[in-house]
Design a protein around this ligand. Structure first.
Ligand code: ADP
Ligand code: MG
Length: 191
């Protein structure tokens, strides 16, 4: 029954202009009586970056899990672009979200391959456009083999930041709307 309800749920509609995330008085606990989030409210306006900082075990990853609906809050609501994430299809919700882990993995292949991987239907021009948006296009063109430069395991070791950028662009290109990207700080060992 639950599965059927989800299938019938309308899709989440997100655009780059309207992708605001809002937590409204969210309470959550994994185990009875062990509160992790105790009435959390915040807003991430579309196009803005928000860093959530806190000690290990303070609930940062929990916020991400709730956003993906791996768990649901016991009280309170989470909205994306004004839509309650409980009321949209799970498939559409997860398609709209991307995560950039701190230990980004690149394939032993070209930069182009790594960028295009998230959406193998993307044209070369679309891949370049995404790289331009990230301010990476020129840096890539300055490399001796440009987009054909081999990276990954036994290829060129990209500097940490570029590595993360290539990975995050890969994620962005998976998201048709390019609307919501969750990132984990590259310098941080905790997650
Ligand atoms: N699956 C789980 N079951 C029970 N408790 C959990 C679970 N996952 C996390 N916790 C607890 O919830 C709290 C918040 O965890 P988490 O969100 O992972 O913290 P952070 O990412 O800020 O380090 C911690 O006390 C952790 O032990
Ligand atoms: Mg964590």
């Amino acid at each position: 029954m639950k599965g059927r309800e989800k299938d019938l749920a309308p899709p989440l509609i997100v655009t780059p202009q309207d992708a605001t995330i809002r937590f409204e008085d969210v309470y959550f606990e994994y185990l009875d009586g062990q509160k992790v989030l105790n009435g959390v409210s915040f807003e991430v306006p579309a196009g803005k970056k928000v860093a959530i900082v806190g000690g290990s075990g303070s609930g940062k990853s929990t916020i991400v899990r709730l956003l993906f609906r791996f768990y649901e809050p016991q009280q309170g609501n989470i909205y994306i672009a004004g839509q309650n994430i409980r009321e949209v299809s799970l498939d559409s919700l997860r398609k709209a979200l991307g995560v950039v882990p701190q230990d980004a993995v690149l394939f032993h292949n070209t930069i182009f391959y790594n960028l295009q991987y998230g959406n193998i239907n993307a044209t070369a021009e679309e891949v370049y456009q995404v790289a331009r948006l990230a301010g990476l296009h020129d840096a890539i063109l300055r490399m001796p083999h440009g987009y054909d430069t081999q990276v990954g395991e036994r290829g060129l070791k990209l500097s940490g930041l570029l590595h993360i950028y290539v990975y995050s662009m890969n994620v962005v290109s998976q998201i048709e709307t390019g609307a919501v990207v969750l990132s984990r700080s590259p310098g941080c060992r905790l997650n």
